[in-house]
Write a protein that binds this ligand. Structure first.
Ligand SMILES: *[C@@H]1O[C@H](CO)[C@@H](O)[C@H](O)[C@H]1NC(C)=O
Ligand SMILES: *[C@@H]1O[C@H](CO)[C@@H](O)[C@H](O)[C@H]1NC(C)=O
Ligand SMILES: *[C@@H]1O[C@H](CO)[C@@H](O)[C@H](O)[C@H]1NC(C)=O
Ligand SMILES: *[C@@H]1O[C@H](CO)[C@@H](O)[C@H](O)[C@H]1NC(C)=O
Ligand SMILES: *[C@@H]1O[C@H](CO)[C@@H](O)[C@H](O)[C@H]1NC(C)=O
Length: 655
């Protein structure tokens, strides 16, 4: 009997191979069949009710759920038509903030071993983005706007081919009009249909059991080069610093045999009930018997007094805030009570400690004091803004914590420390090669361009310097302390606003007007460029009088045609001369006294990438070598080919 069944099973598997037809239908994932036919990994689980959970609201997890057996997608090397419908719900940890998203996925494997959490949705990682060997097709339902992938909004549906940057994306809507909030926690049905005769892919969304007539996304694409013969279908999802529970309640899939059956929403299982941990403990506490309660209340009052003393009371609005709020105890433990041996140094605004969390993640904790007069809610909303900035050349803010007047900011730990240590310390082990220096300079430029132009609002760094450039394990540059200056300024009295910045990096107009701008950042970046080439600080008290101010010394050498004399002797003469000259010249351009004559960060990046050549002439720096009119050295001719770029990006200056 068992043998016959087995034979039948193989036979049916065989016929489905031959006919290239297969149907999958789950209204809920309960019962043994789902357990056998669905292969789960990462955070994915099937709840008692029959709902499939891809992630819960734990941070930085990945969840995959794929149909266990591979599916034949091609007939004679052409992808055949397929159709799928599924019902999902996204329940974010904090109502307004999604914690990344999920994707209907067709992939060569069912565990996607290279899938990273956060913005990668468990699909890909930084090393294989865009690689044709990924053979990955995904329709993402994304609730976070990741600028590095050009996301259009924090509520969109996109088609991704081998990449996290979508080939086509649209805002999530119903019938192409009314915006549909993907992270509302409500059940939404989605349909993805691929018609191989027209090479047409369509996506539909609805909150009902009826398939809409018109798609919200329609994309003409031949999937034959993307998909392999035999592929796995299913779902992938992830959370990041912000988290959502991503649920699939039902799924139907059909290949080479017409449309997938639409799901009837009323037949689907309910969502798992969601108790916040602290509420659960409260309920637990209430249901305890009176005698235990008495004992507990004594302990509780102890605990509460301690807690109040630490002023770590969670206010309702704090729960709405983005970056992870760490318990003070956890950070205290991680840094061994802020032990001096764990101190990494003093960054802008406060001391920085190294810490190790219980899960062995290394972190850097910055301890800044907070003026209690300042509205704390405002302060925290600023932190949330900083937490949403994401770029490979920025040090990522992981979270924060408040204890009395201390504010603790938790960042990714950067194992190679700050750039100034490598540039100015005489340990040969730390000396950077030219190749490393050039990569670092380009990295800082990209990070700063992101802050200035690529994020939703302009962020002026205000304290660009070698000490704020940190190096990760691969010696990539990451800018630290961004956004902090502004955060500080909020609470202070405008008439006493101190100029934030560091001597030698301060643009001349800043000391006059006190108004920072993107071009005062560019000035500081220019000083950084010269530092990296020359291996010395912008103002060196120990230097010869004529070498005191770095930019003037470099300009002088440049004018005399002996610019290579300024190159850091620690390089031992091993460097790419063309690159060195580009960096020096750019450093001088950025150091121009007249803000309008400095390039924008976009231009800087293009100069460094060699996309546009640097101009011939260079304006001299402050009060040196030929007047301040800005014209005695040929006017701003060097800017003329770029006039289009310059206009409109200068409104920050206000001068
Ligand atoms: C495969 O494609 C050919 C046309 O190229 C068609 O005649 C045949 O029916 C297809 N087979 C299946 C199983 O769809
Ligand atoms: C699960 O797999 C078995 C054996 O392959 C198959 O007979 C059954 O139809 C599958 N169920 C679903 C819902 O796909
Ligand atoms: C949430 O998922 C994480 C990671 O998979 C797991 O460790 C944790 O136990 C889950 N939490 C709950 C409440 O299910
Ligand atoms: C693409 O991935 C393959 C296999 O993982 C690898 O050998 C190849 O170098 C990658 N190509 C690029 C351009 O990264
Ligand atoms: C999809 O977009 C990637 C870049 O994001 C591009 O390399 C690829 O060629 C595109 N694929 C198609 C089929 O347009």
């Amino acid at each position: 009997m068992a043998k016959t069944l087995l034979l039948l099973f193989f036979l049916s598997a065989l016929t489905s191979r031959i006919t290239h037809q297969q149907e999958i239908f789950f209204e809920g994932f309960n019962g043994g069949e789902a357990a056998v036919n669905m292969s789960l990994n990462g955070g994915a689980v099937i709840y008692q009710s029959g709902t499939l959970g891809l992630t819960n609201d734990t941070q930085k997890v990945v969840g995959h759920a794929f149909y266990s057996t591979p599916i034949q997608f091609k007939n004679k090397s052409k992808v055949v038509s397929f159709s799928t419908a599924f019902a999902f719900a996204i329940v974010p940890q904090y109502p307004t903030l999604g914690g990344h998203g999920f994707a209907f996925t067709i992939a060569p494997s069912k565990d996607l071993p290279n899938g990273y959490p956060s913005q990668y949705l468990g699909l890909l990682g930084p090393k294989n983005l865009g690689n044709f060997s990924n053979h990955l097709f995904a329709v993402e339902f994304d609730t976070v706007q990741d600028f590095e992938f050009g996301d259009i909004s924090d509520n969109h549906v996109g088609v991704n081919l081998n990449n996290m940057a979508s080939n086509k994306s649209v805002k999530a809507t119903v019938l192409g009009q009314e915006e549909l909030n993907l992270k509302s926690g409500k059940v939404i049905q989605a349909w993805v249909d691929y018609d191989s005769s027209k090479n047409q892919l369509e996506v539909r969304l609805s909150q009902t059991s009826t398939k809409p007539n018109s798609p919200i996304l329609s994309y003409e694409v031949d999937l034959s080069p993307i998909l392999k013969d035999s592929m796995y279908v299913g779902f992938s999802s992830s959370t990041g610093m912000l988290a959502s529970s991503h649920y699939i309640l039902g799924w139907s899939f059909n290949i080479n045999n017409g449309d997938a059956k639409t799901l009837s929403l009323k037949n689907l299982p309910p969502l798992p009930s969601r108790d916040k941990p602290h509420r659960r403990s409260l309920i637990l506490g209430l249901s305890l018997s009176a005698s235990i309660l008495l004992l507990c209340s004594i302990a509780l009052s102890f605990y509460l007094t301690k807690k109040l003393k630490n002023a770590e009371v969670i206010e309702p609005w704090e729960l709405e805030v983005g970056p992870h709020r760490f318990p003070y105890k956890e950070l205290k433990k991680a840094t061994r009570n802020f032990h001096h041996k764990n101190m990494l140094g003093f960054g802008g605004f406060g001391a920085v400690f190294k810490g190790t969390l219980a899960n062995n993640t290394e972190i850097a904790v910055k301890r800044v004091s907070h003026d209690s007069k300042q509205g704390f809610q405002e302060f925290v909303s600023e932190i949330e803004t900083i937490g949403r900035l994401r770029h490979r050349n920025l040090v990522q803010l992981q979270g924060w914590c408040r204890n009395h007047i201390d504010l603790l900011l938790v960042y990714d730990f950067m194992p190679n420390g700050s750039l100034d240590k490598h540039l100015f310390e005489d340990s040969p082990r730390k000396t950077l090669t030219w190749e490393q220096r050039f990569k670092i300079v380009k990295g800082v430029a990209c990070g700063l361009l992101y802050l200035h132009e690529e994020w939703e609002q302009t962020v002026i760094h205000r304290d660009i310097k070698a000490g704020n450039v940190l190096l990760d394990a691969d010696m990539n540059a990451r800018l630290g302390d961004f956004g902090l200056a502004k955060l500080y300024e909020r609470g202070s009295n405008p008439s006493t606003t101190r100029v934030v910045g560091t001597l030698g990096y301060l643009a001349p107009e800043l000391t006059r007007t006190g108004r920072p701008s993107t071009s005062s950042d560019v000035y500081a970046f220019g000083a950084l460029l010269l530092e990296v080439v020359c291996g010395r600080r912008p103002v060196e008290a120990k230097a010869l009088p004529e070498e005191l101010v770095l930019v003037e010394w470099v300009w002088d050498r440049w004018r005399l045609g002996a610019v290579l004399e300024v190159v850091d002797p620690k390089l031992g003469g091993v460097y790419d001369e063309l690159e060195v000259v580009v960096v020096i010249k750019l450093g001088l351009l950025c150091s121009c006294e007249v803000p309008e004559m400095r390039p924008t960060m976009r231009q800087v990046v293009r100069f460094l990438e060699g996309e546009i050549p640097l101009p011939e002439g260079i304006p001299p720096p402050d009060g040196f070598g030929g007047g301040k009119s800005g014209h005695s050295y040929g006017g701003n001719t060097w800017l003329s080919p770029l006039d289009d770029d310059v206009e409109g990006t200068r409104d920050e200056d206000g001068s």
